[in-house]
Design a protein around this ligand. Sequence first.
Ligand code: PLP
Ligand code: COI
Length: 341
Amino acid sequence: MEKKNLDWKSLSFGYVKTDYRFVAHYKNGSWDEGKITEDANVTMSECAGVIQYAQTCFEGLKAYETKDGRIVTFRPDLNAERMINSARRLMMPEVSKQMFLKAIDEVVKANAAWVPPYGTGATLYLRPCLFGCGPVIGVAPAPEYEFRVFATPVGPYFKGGIKPIRLLLSQYDRAAPHGTGDIKAGLNYAMSLYAGHVAHEKGYSENMYLDAATRTNVEETGGANFLFVTKDGTVVTPKSNTILPSITRRSLVYIAEHILGLKVEERVVPFEEVKEFSEAALCGTAAVISPVCAIDYEGGTINIPSGDKEMGPVTKKLRETIVGIQEGEIEAPEGWIREIC
Ligand code: PLP
Ligand code: COI
């Protein structure tokens, strides 16, 4: 199959309109079959739940071309489960795992020419989203919903690819205790925009957020979880009910323990402890694993010993292993890879 004529290696993390998307509607208590369409625009009521009260959630996953030319996705069943949790919390109808996976498969297959070739470092990012499109004026769940999955070819999330990034310790909070930090609600991202702007204006790639209740423990960034490495090579990742349960992080924890034979601790991580770590990184679908070289806070800077030139050795090993699994060069644990075509 002939690929689109794009400069794959120069892609950034941006929206490129591809040919096909999947769209389904929920009305009178049930979902229709849904179908692939070429229409990239959404038409809905001016009083839609998403517009008035931010009733929307989304997912993010990628399709990869493997070395032997297959097209695969990585653990899409976990994205389906997470979207069910997000839908429940936001009073939206669930998209069944079966419907979610069918939509992903169909969108990837239809846009196969947009899946970046193996070895370019680019991937096809898939964005499933669910939103209230029917009218509500009193604060209530919308009567109608749309489920849409579109695709866009992407390069690295952070400018500079895998060059270590600098973070700002945010003065703002991302998620309240007992709030919505553990689901992928659009509202979590809307309220991070101003804090993100402040960080970018000052030259930082992202914010590090602390827990809102005590402002002492590390949570996550606006779009990725944290992994740290201690001086004796233990992988440490924050445990919290107010961070998004990252599929990449859960996979890396498994890889660290079961493939690389490393010790892993999932626990509360006081900000005070960060200066003791030898490596720090962000992990997520978009970020993959992005090394962190410094965190600035009011009154100082923590310089991570792995430095600003390259990622540390454990981060590098984790990255190579997960990318190797996603691109079919390393055997995947049972059920991690879904072959599409
Ligand atoms: N944390 C936040 C706030 C995110 O938006 C994301 C991205 O999805 C992640 C973490 C990483 O999650 P995943 O690895 O499932 O993409
Ligand atoms: C992802 O990693 O898929 C995300 O959704 C992060 C997003 C904020 C770009």
